[in-house]
Ligand binder design. Structure first.
Ligand code: NAD
Ligand code: MG
Length: 381
C-alpha cells in the first residue's frame, strides 16, 4: 500500500490523481488532501477518501469543513503551515504536488526533508529552485517522479538507459490554439479564446501558459534539472496532434519516444506505480485513424515567451524565478481582464530586465525575488 498526500486535490491534476487512486484502491491510499478554497469539492473528497488530514488555504473557510471533519474524524488545518503539515505527515510515502504556482515550493522542500517521494506536477518548483531541490532530493534519498506528460515521456524513454548517453531531449509542444499567428494577429485575443486548448483540458493558468508557449519554456527549464542536461541539449519540436509526448536522442543516433492519446492519468499513474504499468481505461491510439503525425519548428519570434525562457534559463541565478513570477502575476492580471494578451510577455521581459540578478539564490532569496518581481510589476501595471 502506498500512502499519498495530494497538494491541490481539487484541481485538474488533483482530481485526475484521485481518479487513479479510486481505480487502484487496493494499492493506493489517501492520507492528506489540500485545496485553495473549493470547500464543496474538498468535502466530497473527504467523504470518499477519508484522509487523516485536510488543509484549506483560505482560513475563513475552515468552519465550512467542520461538520464533515467531525463525522470522519479528519483533522483540518490551513495556511502555509497546514500545507507543510500535510506534506510531511508521518504516514505519507509520496506527495503529489498538484498545486499551481510558487506556493508549492516550501511544502515540497519540507516533504523532501521528511523523506517523502515526490510525484511532481508543480513545474514552478524546479524552474525556480531546481538548483536546491535536485541536490536536496539526492541528499535525502528521495525520488522525484515527473508527472508533467513531456517529462514523464522522457523518463519513460530513459528507462534502463545510461543517462550519460543522452545527446538531446526532444521536448514536444502542441503549439497551442494560436499556432501560426503573428504578433499582430494576437493583439486582440480575449480570455475566452486563450482558455481553449486544442488537445488538453487543464487548469486555467497552465492553459494560458500553453497558448503563449511560456508553458513550454517552463518545461525546458524543468527538463534541464530533472535530467541533468544543458539548455543546448533541450530542443523544442512542435507536434500539434499531441501524440508524441516527448523523445530522447542518444549518442548513437537512436531516438526513443513515448506515444499515447492525451490523458494525464497515464503520467500520474506511471509516477505512482513506477516501473509498473497497471491497466488504465484510457483511449487507445488508432494509427490507421490517425494517418499522420506532423512536426514544425517553434516560432520564437511571434511566441516570445519561449525565447525569453531560454534567455532566463541560460542566465541562471534568480532569472528563472523572475521569469516565472512575472508570468504568474501577468497571467492572473490577464485572467482578471486588467491587461491585454501580449502584455503577458511584455511584463516578463520588463521584469527580467529590471529585477536585480542574484547568482545561486538561497530558498529565501528565491521567495524574495518573487516578492520583488511582484512589487516591480504592481508599481507599473
Ligand atoms: P488547477 O488550477 O486546476 O488546480 C490547482 C490546485 O491548487 C487546486 O486544488 C487549487 O485549490 C490549489 N491552489 C491554487 N492556488 C492555491 C493557493 N494559493 N494556495 C493553496 N492551494 C492553491 O491547476 P492544474 O492544471 O491541476 O495544475 C497544477 C500544477 O500542475 C501546475 O503547476 C501545472 O503547471 C502542473 N501541470 C498541470 C497539467 C495539467 O494537465 N493540468 C499538466 C502538467 C503540469
Ligand atoms: Mg506538459
Amino acid at each position: 500500500m502506498r500512502n499519498l498526500t495530494v497538494l491541490g486535490s481539487t484541481g485538474s491534476i488533483g482530481t485526475q490523481t484521485l481518479d487513479v487512486v479510486r481505480k487502484n484502491s487496493s494499492e493506493l491510499k489517501i492520507v492528506a488532501l489540500t485545496a485553495g478554497s473549493n470547500t464543496e469539492l474538498l468535502k466530497k473528497q473527504m467523504e470518499e477518501f477519508k484522509p487523516e488530514l485536510v488543509c484549506i488555504s483560505d482560513e475563513k473557510k475552515v468552519s465550512e469543513l467542520r461538520e464533515t471533519a467531525l463525522l470522519y474524524n479528519i483533522k483540518v488545518v490551513s495556511g502555509m503551515d497546514g500545507l507543510i503539515e500535510a506534506a510531511t505527515l508521518e504516514h505519507c510515502d509520496t506527495v503529489v504536488t498538484a498545486i499551481v504556482g510558487m506556493i508549492g515550493l516550501r511544502p515540497t522542500v519540507a516533504a523532501i526533508k521528511a523523506k517523502k517521494d515526490i510525484a511532481l506536477a508543480n513545474k514552478e518548483t524546479l524552474v525556480t529552485a531546481g538548483h536546491i531541490i535536485m541536490p536536496l532530493a539526492k541528499e535525502y534519498g528521495v525520488d522525484i517522479l515527473p508527472v508533467d506528460s513531456e517529462h514523464s515521456a522522457i523518463f519513460q524513454a530513459l528507462n534502463g538507459e545510461n543517462h550519460n548517453r543522452i545527446e538531446k531531449i526532444l521536448l514536444t509542444a502542441s503549439g497551442g490554439p494560436f499556432r501560426g499567428r503573428t504578433i499582430e494577429q494576437m493583439k486582440n485575443i480575449q480570455v475566452e479564446d486563450a482558455l481553449k486548448h486544442p488537445n488538453w483540458a487543464m487548469g486555467r493558468k497552465i492553459t494560458i501558459d500553453s497558448s503563449t508557449m511560456v508553458n513550454k519554456g517552463l518545461e525546458v527549464m524543468e527538463a534541464k534539472w530533472l535530467f541533468g542536461v544543458t539548455y543546448d541539449q533541450v530542443q523544442v519540436i512542435v507536434q500539434p496532434e499531441s501524440i508524441i509526448h516527448s523523445m530522447v536522442q542518444f549518442k548513437d543516433g537512436a531516438v526513443m519516444a513515448q506515444l499515447g492519446s492525451p490523458d494525464m492519468r497515464l503520467p500520474i499513474q506511471y509516477a505512482l506505480f513506477y516501473p509498473d504499468r497497471p491497466y488504465l481505461d484510457s483511449k487507445r491510439l488508432d494509427f490507421y485513424e490517425l494517418g499522420k503525425i506532423t512536426f514544425e519548428k517553434p516560432d520564437m519570434e511571434n511566441f516570445r515567451g519561449l525565447k525569453l525562457a531560454y534567455q532566463a534559463g541560460n542566465a541562471g541565478g534568480n532569472l528563472p524565478t523572475v521569469f516565472n513570477a512575472a508570468n504568474e502575476l501577468a497571467v492572473s492580471k490577464f485572467l482578471n481582464r486588467k491587461i491585454g494578451y501580449l502584455d503577458i510577455t511584455g511584463i516578463i521581459e520588463y521584469a527580467m530586465n529590471n529585477v536585480k540578478k542574484i547568482e545561486n539564490p538561497s530558498l529565501q532569496e528565491v521567495l524574495d525575488t518573487e516578492k520583488t518581481t511582484y512589487e516591480l510589476i504592481e508599481s507599473r501595471w
